[in-house]
Design a protein around this ligand. Structure first.
Ligand code: SF4
Ligand code: SF4
Length: 380
């Protein structure tokens, strides 16, 4: 296992972090899925025995069961061997006292007296403004002073402008962002990552495999990787990309099987910053282009077509369609489209009034595309 300094904390962190959000599950007697506790404990302890020292959970993971199981897995002396992170479910916060109440509840569930890192979970610009109004720094300082947390950070899902604004607002110990070779211009972006570096804030990477999609690329991308002289697997390419940046402290992997734990441990024996050369970076750019060339509809998500008088969620539908084609995951379209139908924003509601097409800067044939996608998504 490789280790790097964790920003200004004085800590050393393993470059592979264990994300406790895609754990193995079993069907319980009531028919619902529950975490397979025995297997999870075995997997996490094995990873720690092999050098992983960063464990990431959150209030909401696995229907609120993740923190409990993480606490159990860290009994028998394992807690002392890791840096433990959990996250404030900011969407449940209405007043400052809610933050204290939720943190106390999380410490009880984890059965620990302190967290090494406590993150404001899934911040976007709007959520951040709410926490600012509630004076989140006062809460974080209090929690640090009374020892419930050691360091504070945030995890993030929004655009670069929001990321920079949050980075500048507090003396964060770290920021957790979605980052991989497909997303270097999405969300916080590579520029955001480098900005955090300038400010001395290390980054923890989530979704290095884009929800697992980069581990199972379409055949033409698989072929590109086979022909590349490095001989690395799709997973190794993705981890190596994220791990190449010096400001990336640890890379979270949501492991579901012992096989994945073993595979990740093997790959992370070798992942050190700056190990990719110019040819590797050029290769990954060409892989990204190959993914992007699979995109079917050139929607830029500018939102000019919104709101549609019938409530059709045009950019969201196009995004789901493009993602499914780009990543060769037809079932992801069916799943997201079912959500859109439930929210009454699907393409079948379109009455062909033409309002959206008249304002679309990309001049997309929106009406025909919606019809086609509606048919495909319901079949998928
Ligand atoms: S054409 Fe359809 S999608 Fe476009 S604005 Fe009219 S109802 Fe909405
Ligand atoms: S106006 Fe066109 S490009 Fe913009 S979000 Fe709507 S469909 Fe996409």
């Amino acid at each position: 296992m490789q280790y790097v300094p964790f920003g200004k904390t004085g800590l050393q962190v393993s470059r592979l972090g264990f994300g406790m959000m895609r754990l193995p599950v079993v069907k319980a007697e009531d028919g619902k899925e529950r975490i397979d506790r025995g297997e999870t404990i075995r997997m996490l302890r094995h990873a720690i025995d092999r050098g992983v020292n960063y464990v990431d959970t959150a209030y909401g993971y696995h229907h609120k069961e993740s923190e409990v199981v993480t606490g159990l897995a860290l009994k028998d002396g394992y807690r002392e061997r890791v840096l433990l992170t959990s996250k404030l479910p900011q969407w449940l916060v209405e007043r400052q006292s809610d933050m204290d109440r939720l943190l106390d509840e999380q410490l009880r569930k984890l059965d620990v007296s302190t967290l090494d890192f406590y993150l404001l979970h899934a911040l976007n610009g709007e959520a951040f403004d709410k926490l600012k109004r509630l004076n989140y720094p006062a809460f974080l300082e209090r929690a640090k002073q009374d020892g419930r947390i050691r360091h504070a950070g945030f995890s993030f899902h929004d655009d670069k402008a929001a990321f920079l604004r949050i980075v500048d607002d507090y003396d964060w110990a770290m920021a957790q962002i979605q980052f991989n070779y497909l997303d270097d211009e999405n969300q916080a972006t590579l520029e955001g990552l480098l900005y955090a570096q300038e400010k001395g804030i290390p980054v923890v990477v989530m979704e290095p495999l884009r929800g697992g999609a980069l581990a199972e690329p379409p055949e033409e991308i698989r072929a590109m990787m086979r022909e590349n002289g490095r001989g690395w697997s799709p997973v190794e390419w993705a981890f190596r990309y994220a791990g190449d940046f010096g400001n990336v402290a640890t890379i979270l992997s949501g492991m579901t099987t012992m096989g994945q734990v073993e595979d990740n441990l093997r790959v992370f024996e070798r992942i050190v910053p700056g190990s990719l050369d110019a040819a590797d970076h050029a290769f990954l750019k060409s892989v990204k282009q190959a993914y992007l060339s699979r995109v079917k509809i050139g929607c830029t998500a500018c939102n000019y077509c919104q709101p549609c008088p019938q409530g059709v969620q045009i950019p969201r539908i196009f995004e789901a369609y493009n993602e499914a084609y780009m990543l060769s995951r037809p079932r992801s379209l069916a799943w997201e489209y079912a959500n859109i139908i439930r929210e009454q924003g699907d393409g079948s509601l379109c009455v062909a009034c033409g309002q959206c097409e008249s304002v679309c800067p990309q001049q997309l044939p929106i009406i025909d595309s919606l019809r086609l996608i509606d048919l495909e998504a319901r079949k998928a």
